[in-house]
Write a protein that binds this ligand. Structure first.
Ligand code: 6R9
Length: 772
């Protein structure tokens, strides 16, 4: 492979670690040559990457062949400063200076904006030749087909699943334009199916009943377990039979508050089997958050466990559920059944608080039920689950996904983005409490009959090498994680990684937030030994599945870019007036048409659904993210543009944190903004105005943080509390968050126009109190 440096600033070739390039008349490659040989003449070299020092960002090259007018020394090892370092001012002639046609209202990841779009990483020929999508040409062909004939494209994929009855004449119908009436999206309407049947029975019937479906790794390294597809089906059927007996019927809601035990996917699949709608609540949410979700969907049954160990800490989940159920009862929603799994490694029965008559031990009842259970056949448009996600008001949104389109979409995206092969062992470090665990731990992989690792613990326990220990133990081939984890492991040193083989790894994945190019490189070079492509998958709870994602093998990658739209996905970048921008641009990321996996409504609030997603830019679905497209058409996601902060890949509404703070008796007002955070991506920065006469103190700071932990969950605790005797408000009383963001990120010379403030002196006061 020969690459001209006028179009790339750095390249690497995975597999052999050998790269070829042509040294052009300008640019980084030439800089290296001119330092080394004092030449600016073109020549061609073959270079072996021998190492990389992460502390100083130097890459070791071993140049062992040269062709051209200049002789390059055989065997010369030369450290190239900054070659792989994102912050280095690379002077390749294609490096662009970004012009924002749209002022984007958010904290943007600077690194994503500054990253080098001419920085290409090519898949090896070995990888591409075996890939499902082996070339750009194949991608472009398939993409074209999917856009020109979405009905034909998706129905031929859908036909590979089991449908008791085929969908009606119309494969899909959509109105996403609010000016033309209510927003309504349907895919495969009239088709009768069951997603649990397609995940389990279908695989067993195809002769894969003996294949491992779940490898479960406990918090402690010596505690593990596994289930084959047949065993998983039996367990799901037993629970499904129990739920039916407990009175759960098609269309009823079941709240699941479980950690990463095998029982979590079992519970999801059991609900799906009987047509019940599951609402999984991440077991890191507080009792107050759980109450809110219980009140919203009024479940017949709550499923939980007594406790879980996360690292060395024991978390008493049942206590949280007890508090939530008793609070819900006070609000008029009573729960008759709380099915509780005894998680013995964390807590015994004897120590568990118990409500006789309401609480039932899972192990006492579920195993007594038959191991087969009739499937409840449902319409493709019948609801499958609710999942709550933060928005820009204090009330979380109940995202509702339906069955058929979600099934087809999660299965197809999983298969392509990870280049899935039946021999793969797949591990996603997310929790089933978030959408990633729904679509890419449970449904997407199991619809493909994959072997999935489910991990109960934390990646740093007993030490920071745990992930790679698990990778070696189960011979994980596909490893999907979040940039936060990558950044936190990057800080503790390579030796935690390199002490393990990781030879089994084939494809890496990233999700949840923009991955900064330096984290991308570390993931690629150290974890993947420069041999595994990275699928940086951009998507949302609302989208159900991947929207913009690399297809490993198909395209060269650019560190930090999610690359191109998936099949059937039509992105549009629009300016603030909603005009679609063409070519190289930056603006707001929207989509022009529906796709099978898109959510259908916000539970009980279709109006909010339309207002939030379809009204900001009529005719489009608006993602809430900022995005730029480079000259080669690659998409770079730059962060949220609404009042949502993305902390460690978890969406948190500023309004939710504010309302928690204001509920504190000594806090009269709060304004929360996101700031860049080295590990978490974004951190939570809270400006608080105290009640009259209350002095600011360390004790009060802690108590404010505790209030947020209690009301939302520990993951939403503010990183910084900034005492604000006054907040910058316009004359109409609106808080000028732009100014607060600048103060929070110490960009004091970029405060912008503050003339519309009612009292501009507030700003100086806030700055003076910055480090109080
Ligand atoms: C899947 C998930 C969605 C928001 C989304 C965006 C951010 C997710 C990303 C990414 C850049 C990626 N996000 N993946 N940003 N690159 N690969 O995380 O869903 O919890 O709903 O969050 O996360 O801002 O809008 P969800």
């Amino acid at each position: 492979m020969l690459v001209d440096s006028s179009s790339v600033s750095s390249i690497s070739l995975w597999c052999s670690g050998v790269l070829h390039f042509k040294i052009g008349p300008s640019g980084q490659v030439n800089r290296m040559a001119s330092q080394c040989y004092n030449t600016a003449v073109s020549c061609e070299a073959r270079v072996h990457v021998t190492g990389f020092d992460h502390n100083n960002g130097r890459h070791q090259f071993h140049i062992f062949r040269s062709i051209g007018p200049r002789r390059l020394m055989m065997g010369c090892s030369y450290p190239v400063e900054g070659f792989w370092k994102h912050s280095y001012p690379i002077s390749v002639n294609t490096a662009t200076s970004l012009s924002h046609s749209t002022p984007i209202n958010a904290v943007l990841l600077k690194e994503a904006l500054e990253s080098k779009e001419s920085d290409l990483v090519f898949p090896s020929e070995d990888f591409s030749s075996q890939a499902l999508v082996p070339s750009r040409q194949k991608y472009l062909e398939t993409y074209k087909k999917s856009i020109e004939d979405p009905a034909g494209f998706w129905s031929s994929i859908a036909s590979q699943f089991y449908w008791k009855e085929k969908w009606g004449k119309q494969v899909f119908s959509e109105n996403i334009d609010v000016s033309k009436g209510d927003v309504k999206i349907e895919w495969f309407k009239g088709g009768i199916t069951n997603i649990c049947y397609n995940c389990l029975d279908r695989n067993v019937e195809a002769g894969n009943g003996g294949k491992i479906a779940i490898c479960w790794e406990g918090n402690e390294p010596n505690i593990d377990g596994s289930l084959t597809y047949s065993e998983l089906l039996q367990k799901v059927c037993q629970l499904a039979n129990y739920l039916k007996d407990a009175g759960v019927k098609k269309g009823d809601a079941v709240v699941i508050y479980l950690p990463m035990l095998m029982e979590l996917p079992i519970a999801m699949l059991a609900c799906a089997r009987i047509g019940a709608i599951h609402s999984v609540v991440f077991a890191g949410f507080s009792a107050d958050s759980l109450v809110q979700r219980i009140m919203d969907c009024k479940p017949k049954v709550v499923i939980t466990c007594n406790a879980v160990k996360r690292g060395p800490k024991v978390l008493h989940l049942k206590d949280i559920v007890d508090a939530a159920i008793s609070q819900s009862a006070k609000n008029g929603i009573s729960i008759d059944v709380c099915l509780t799994y005894e998680n013995q490694s964390a807590m015994t029965r004897g120590d568990t608080k118990w409500h006789q008559g309401r609480d039932i031990w899972w192990q006492d009842v579920v195993p007594k039920y038959p191991m087969t259970c009739e499937v409840e056949w449902v319409d493709a448009e019948d609801p499958l689950f609710f999942l709550y996600t933060s928005g820009s008001t204090g009330k979380p949104k109940g995202v509702l996904h339906t069955t058929g389109g979600y099934m087809v979409y999660t299965a197809t995206t999983f298969k392509h983005a990870f280049d899935y092969k039946p021999s793969d062992v797949y591990w996603c470090t997310a929790d089933c409490g978030w959408i990633t665990g729904h679509s890419y731990i449970t449904y997407g992989p199991m619809l493909n009959g994959a072997t999935v690792v489910v991990f109960e613990g934390v990646p740093t326990y007993p030490d920071a090498g745990r992930c790679w220990d698990i990778v070696d133990k189960y011979k994980v081939t596909l490893f999907y994680t979040a940039p936060t984890l990558i950044r936190s492991l990057m800080r503790v040193g390579d030796e935690y990684v390199t002490r393990y083989s990781r030879k089994s790894l084939r494809v890496l994945g990233s999700v949840g937030e923009p991955i900064n190019p330096s984290a991308w490189r570390w993931f690629f070079n150290v974890v993947g030994d420069s041999r595994c492509p990275i699928s940086d998958t951009w998507w949302q709870t609302e989208t159900g599945g991947f929207m913009i994602t690399p297809l490993p093998g198909g395209w060269p990658q650019k560190p930090g870019s999610a690359t191109f739209p998936f099949f059937g996905v039509q992105p549009a970048i629009v300016d603030e007036k909603g005009a679609e921008l063409q070519g190289e641009c930056s603006g707001y990321l929207c989509f022009k048409h529906s796709w099978p996996g898109v959510f259908r409504t916000l539970y009980g609030d279709h109006e909010r659904y339309e207002t939030t997603y379809f009204k900001p830019f009529p005719g489009y679905y608006f993602s809430g993210d900022g995005c730029r497209r480079d000259k080669d058409g690659y998409y770079w996601l730059t962060g949220r543009v609404d009042d949502v902060i993305n902390v460690s890949g978890h969406r948190i509404g500023t309004a939710e944190v504010e309302s928690a703070l204001i509920s504190h008796s000594q806090c009269s007002e709060a304004a929360v903004v996101g700031v860049e955070h080295e590990v978490k991506g974004q951190g939570i920065y809270a400006f608080v105005t105290l009640a009259d006469g209350v002095p600011y103190s360390e004790e009060l700071r802690k108590s404010l943080i505790l209030t947020v932990r209690k009301q939302i969950g520990a993951f939403a605790a503010p990183d910084k509390i900034h005492w604000a005797p006054g907040l910058p408000k316009t004359r109409s009383g609106k808080i000028m968050r732009r100014v607060l963001r600048k103060i929070a990120s110490r960009q004091l010379d970029e405060l912008g126009d503050t003339s519309s403030l009612a009292d501009p002196s507030v700003i100086d006061q806030l700055i003076a109190l910055t480090d109080s």
